[in-house]
Design a protein around this ligand. Structure first.
Ligand SMILES: [Zn+2]
Length: 330
């Protein structure tokens, strides 16, 4: 099995372990599907693996038949010292109680190893007002503890949290590698081509695109919405979002896809080439038509809509308000 484009993380963690200065906290950032969870498992393998010289998950490939007993369980998500704190409720947030439990449990010695890890995937789901619960434990962690957070961007966590974490970005594989991986796992070439066209080297999103009609519909809605935005076509924008109806999670997904398209627009403007959004045509238009200020203001509109949605705003009303705000952005 391959571990695409994770060498930078592997090297950084190996280096820390060799110098005996392992960080007690990491933040892994990257778009959804870029392999952040795999990267977290790779760090866990470096810390807990029986093979200290060359951990089972290192470099860019690993042999599933030669995994040590720790790494086998790290991969399957069943290692007793690799803890995934639970998320609950409609919005699947980390509750304050869960965070308090982690802060208390961190002092308990590991089960099976000399270290234990807590992995918080999708740290956007830790409400900012509750992050303080974790501050002390991250500032002065017990020697046997390591905390890994994954998020789309650093903005998910408070600056006081960030300052205590080693931040690393998780890069996607190339489009060619993504194409090879998906065709090798049995998907039809035509389907893979359409998926790579939308999600580039993002293997996780390409896989979802092929397997899930909803992801294809969300990508189409985000593309239509962004194209209409570049033409200041309010009706087109409303029509694109009407397809999500009252489905909160779908509107959230479409907005996140629009944010990626917007970010690509900014990347193209600044000459960056690594695109992750699902509509290159819209990103190119944004790059040529929008000023930096307009891109930033549009980004703020998307972000505040996500906050309204988290606060249980009515979904069609949030979609209409977002459209109206974006149209008035100068
Ligand atoms: Zn191992």
């Amino acid at each position: 099995m391959k571990l695409y484009a994770k060498e930078n993380i592997s090297e950084a963690v190996s280096g820390m372990l060799k110098k005996d200065c392992l960080s007690h906290g990491f933040l892994l950032t990257g778009s959804v599907g870029s392999g952040r969870k795999t990267a977290a498992k790779l760090i866990a393998s470096h810390i807990l693996c029986e093979h200290k010289e060359k951990p089972c998950l290192s470099g860019d490939e690993f042999d599933e038949n030669r995994l040590c007993r720790h790494c086998k369980r790290i991969i399957s998500g069943t290692h007793p010292d690799v803890i995934y704190p639970e998320r609950s409720g409609k919005s699947m947030l980390y509750s304050k109680e869960t965070l308090q439990n982690v802060a208390a449990d961190a002092y308990v010695m590991p089960n099976d190893c000399d270290k234990k890890l807590y992995i918080f995937s999708d740290s956007e789901k830790i409400a900012k007002e509750n992050q303080g619960v974790l501050l002390k434990i991250i500032e002065e962690p017990p020697e046997h503890c390591c905390f890994i957070f994954t998020a789309q961007s650093r903005e998910a966590l408070l600056p006081t949290m960030i300052s205590r974490l080693i931040c690393m970005s998780v890069a996607c594989p190339s489009e060619e590698e993504c194409f090879a991986e998906l065709t090798a796992s049995g998907f039809a070439e035509n389907d893979v081509m359409a998926a790579v066209d939308a999600f580039h080297g993002n293997i996780g999103m390409c896989r979802s695109f092929i397997e899930t009609a909803e992801i294809r519909e969300n990508a189409a809605a985000a593309s239509d919405f962004s194209m209409s935005l570049t033409g200041s076509d309010e009706y087109g924008m409303l029509k694109a979002l009407a397809s999500v109806g009252e489905n909160r999670e779908r509107l959230r997904s479409v907005i996140l896809l629009c944010v990626d398209i917007l970010r690509d627009g900014l990347a193209l403007r600044t000459g960056g080439g690594c695109l992750s959004g699902c509509c290159k045509q819209a990103s190119e238009k944004i790059a040529s038509l929008f000023s930096y200020q307009k891109i930033t203001a549009a980004h703020d509109c998307f972000r505040s809509t996500l906050e309204y949605l988290d606060a249980n705003a009515n979904v069609p009303a949030a979609a209409a308000a977002l459209t109206a705000e974006l149209i008035s952005v100068k």
